[in-house]
Design a protein around this ligand. Structure first.
Ligand code: ADP
Ligand code: MG
Length: 295
């Protein structure tokens, strides 16, 4: 059994609730935690990683409160903080050996694991280079490697793809698929394409509250009947639609303009077609589109 239960979790900073009454059950597999900046993703993850304690509510691992499991729980957790920064004066391998020692691994066990992880994250060739010389993406990969040292049953990755270029993002997706299916993986992001292909379920939060949790199929099913494309030649109509609807995209062709919009009711424009929802429509429906697409 590998089960995390979050029960009525609330975290309040001064007067503001960063997490409000969140309840969720997670089993082995990859979960994408999606929400705009300030939604409460990091706060939730910090509580799961026992970096901070809930104001109220609790977290159970296999039916036991993680507070009472204490170090026994912590030994099962791997955590990449959002602001992870490896000690700059360390070489990659040296840093991981140091982290392994902190986690109580013996030297021969550590050597084997560290080399295995360096290969997994594609840093074996540069293992003896100073982390200070690494790109942002390489540093995050060092961070992912340190989170995997103890073969975690619960892997918490806070914005693991931040600062990664498209090639590194692809590598990260492949890496995730190589992490045991026996692990609960929770990764936060505000980029849809990061989780579209890897997450078995997506958890969306906004203003500290849980919006929804489900498989892509379920989430897209809920969006059916809300996505339309409108084709028009009339520029003032284009402006009007932009004012009145949530517009996911605009395609300006030579002949006419096509707008993809979200609406609960069918718009009354002449060339309106109901369209099959995509995941970015879901994000647009619940949040703004601004930073949802890969840049
Ligand atoms: P996200 O990771 O989704 O961007 P966070 O969990 O970091 O969101 O933050 C959620 C809210 O809680 C934000 O409004 C943030 O300003 C606030 N917050 C987070 N950490 C602290 C803190 N240590 N003290 C006060 N407010 C905080
Ligand atoms: Mg965050």
């Amino acid at each position: 059994m590998n089960k995390l239960e979050i029960v009525n979790l609330t975290k309040t900073y001064k007067h503001k609730s960063a997490n409000e009454n969140i309840s969720l059950t997670l089993n082995s597999g990859v979960y994408g935690l999606l929400g705009p900046n300030g939604a409460g993703k990091s706060t939730l993850m910090k509580q799961l990683a026992t970096i901070t304690t809930p104001s109220s509510g609790k977290i159970l691992y296999n039916e036991k409160d993680i507070v009472s499991l204490d170090d026994e729980y912590r030994a099962l957790v791997g955590y990449l903080p959002q602001d992870f920064d490896a000690y700059k004066n360390f070489k990659a391998r040296e840093f991981l050996m140091y982290m392994a020692a902190l986690k109580g691994m013996n030297n021969s066990e550590a050597k084997k694991k560290v080399d295995e992880l360096l290969k997994l994250v594609g840093l074996y060739e540069v293992r003896n280079k100073n982390v200070s010389k690494f790109s942002g993406g390489m540093k995050r990969r060092v961070g992912i490697a340190q989170a995997l040292l103890n073969n975690p049953k619960i892997l918490i990755l806070d914005e693991p793809t931040a600062g990664l270029d498209p090639q590194e993002r692809t590598r990260f997706r492949n890496l995730l698929s190589n992490i045991g299916t026996e692990t609960i993986v929770i990764l936060s992001t505000h980029i849809i394409s990061d989780i579209e292909s890897v997450a078995k379920e997506t958890i969306m939060i906004k203003d500290g509250k849980l919006l929804l949790k489900g498989t892509h199929r379920e989430i897209l099913e809920d969006m059916k009947g809300k996505v339309y494309t409108i084709t028009t030649k009339n520029e003032s109509e284009v402006n009007e639609i932009q004012r009145n609807y949530k517009v996911v995209s605009i395609n300006r062709g030579v002949e006419d303009t096509q707008l993809r919009i979200i609406s609960d009711k069918a718009p009354s424009y002449e060339n309106t077609k109901l369209t099959e929802p995509r995941f970015e429509d879901v994000y647009m429906f619940y949040f703004e589109l601004e930073d949802a697409r890969e840049v």
